[in-house]
Design a protein. Structure first.
Length: 355
């Protein structure tokens, strides 16, 4: 790993930027390169940045020709849940076709290890309603196109299948990591949304709040990515190459405990006695209307139907496989990860206001 060239797609985003920093810390002699559509945010000294789109073959060839990477960390992708509407064709072009193009280029340019950032949602089967996931491990089937459900989960599952099928014992070795609900510094999704909810209505809760959820501090997930890459570069990466791994902060937490921790770190003083519970059915109806309004206006819905289900379902994963085969152990507990993520958000929010 030290002295090698590591290419991180999406290296200016949440997960990618944490991988970049971990590479610099662990391998000071390594050459760290980032490919991003907007390489002007979350940048660090000593890293080489290239503007490029993973859905563009010419962009990919230009970057690969310039850097000749040894290891590729493929983090770039398009998230769809709770965000402004993205056309289905665009999501597929980035998440599936972009991954295929990255794999093809990696093979042609002699990449030795390809580490894919998948998602725990690939196990989120849909049969008219999302099913609870309790102690879910890698033996669970991944979602297929015909299963329906979230487009994000279906496209990430399709991309993961491409990655695992590309593993070649005589050439490039591949692995897929499935983090669950990533948060931390440079988070522009989970942490801001919880803080915004606190500012709008700090006393509102959907459901009982007893449902358990897996969460993942981005720095811990980055550690898992580096562990996986190091194993793929070994002479015999049996048990890792061509495999998928769930990555979390280990023990699940009650969904609303996680959110309330973010809100407390942001200044909330709301006591449990002040919380008002919204019936999930009512919340779902509100979200349905909000999604239609967002669709018509091209904006982000204030509440998504999928998020209502996530607020009330059990969704947690067993990471024994990652512990045993990768040697993964989460180093930062989730409360500390929350504090770091909120501090970063508030510090940068204050800077943006000042500017």
């Amino acid at each position: 790993m030290n002295g090698a060239t590591h290419l991180v797609t999406g290296g200016c985003g949440l997960q990618g930027s944490h991988i970049v920093l971990k590479l610099q810390e662990a391998y000071p002699k390594a050459n760290v390169v980032v490919m991003s559509r907007n390489p002007t945010v979350n940048t660090f000294q000593g890293v080489e940045y290239f503007a490029g789109d993973i859905a563009s073959p010419s962009d990919i060839d230009r970057v690969f020709s310039a850097v000749r990477p040894t290891v590729v960390f493929h983090c770039a992708g398009t998230m769809t849940v709770s965000r402004a509407a993205v056309p289905e064709a665009v999501v597929r072009k980035i998440n599936v076709d972009g991954t295929r193009l990255m794999l093809d280029a990696s093979k042609r340019f002699g990449v030795k290890a390809f580490v894919f950032t998948s998602s725990a949602s690939v196990a989120q089967k849909y049969d008219g309603g999302f099913r609870d996931l309790v102690n879910c491990d890698e033996t669970a089937p991944t979602v297929e196109e015909e299963d329906g459900g979230l487009l994000y989960a279906r496209t990430k599952a399709a991309a993961e299948r491409l990655v695992l099928a590309a593993d070649d014992p005589t050439g490039m070795r591949t692995v897929s990591l499935r983090p669950a609900v990533i948060f931390g510094e440079r988070d522009t999704d989970i942490t801001p949304n919880w803080i915004l909810a606190y500012r709008r209505n700090p006393r509102l809760q959907i459901g009982s709040g007893k449902n358990l959820f897996s969460i993942t501090y981005a720095g811990n997930s980055a550690d898992a990515h580096l562990l996986a890459a190091a194993r793929l570069l070994e002479s015999d990466p049996a048990g890792v190459a061509g495999e998928a791994f769930f990555i979390t902060n280990d023990a699940p937490v009650p969904f609303w405990d996680f959110g309330r921790a973010i809100q407390r770190a942001a200044g909330s003083t709301t006591s449990p006695d002040d919380i008002r519970t919204l019936n999930p059915t009512t919340a779902y109806c509100i979200a349905w209307v909000a999604e239609w309004i967002a669709w018509f206006t091209g904006s982000k819905p204030i509440l998504a139907t999928a998020m209502v289900k996530y607020c009330t379902m059990n969704r947690w994963y067993n990471i024994s496989k990652a512990k045993e085969r990768l040697g993964y152990q989460p180093k930062v507990d989730w409360e500390e990860g929350v504090r770091r993520g909120v501090k970063w958000f508030l510090d940068n929010e204050a800077k943006n206001v000042a500017q």
